[in-house]
Write a protein that binds this ligand. Structure first.
Ligand code: ZN
Length: 154
């Protein structure tokens, strides 16, 4: 079926792990809003992130990316297919700067020890604070950090 969803036009059978600019929107024809595809897992590998890992990373990135990029961050959200995340950034922030911010969070938040190291994981601040995986999140962030570091060398 034909669709206007940009990501449906991407062939996911050949898509690799990576950091992609998926869509660019403009407000009032000039102000950019960019949606990035942070692909932690290649879909063809069928090695999906678990809900616990996804939720932990969602909290970490939502919090720490705003410390790095301020209110340029519009949203950070998991992909329903569990292979990665969407990061939406507004304004004229270079992609390299966004990637460096993500790398910094990956590096600094991949050696966590307890639930209390994860911002916002409380009954008041979250809909399901029991859903987390510290070790799994550490591993996934370390692995994605290595990939980003390679991509930034290019
Ligand atoms: Zn939550």
């Amino acid at each position: 079926m034909k669709s206007k969803v940009a990501s449906f036009a991407v062939d996911h059978t050949t898509l690799d792990r990576g950091f992609y600019l998926r869509s660019l929107y403009t407000v009032a024809r000039i102000y950019p809003i960019k949606s990035y595809d942070m692909r932690f897992r290649a879909p063809r590998e069928k090695a999906y992130l678990t809900p616990e890992v996804i939720h932990t990373i969602e909290h970490l990135m939502a919090h720490y990316l705003r410390e790095e990029l301020g209110n340029s961050v519009v949203s950070f959200a998991p992909m329903g297919c569990k292979t990665g995340f969407y990061l939406v950034v507004k304004g004229w922030v270079p992609q390299r700067k966004v990637m460096e911010a993500v790398l910094k969070v990956c590096r600094e938040q991949s050696a966590l020890r307890t639930q209390s190291d994860v911002p916002g994981l409380t009954v008041v601040q979250c809909g399901n604070p029991e859903l987390y995986d510290i070790e799994g999140s550490n591993a996934a962030l370390a692995e994605y950090g290595d990939l980003l570091q390679e991509l930034l060398k290019r």
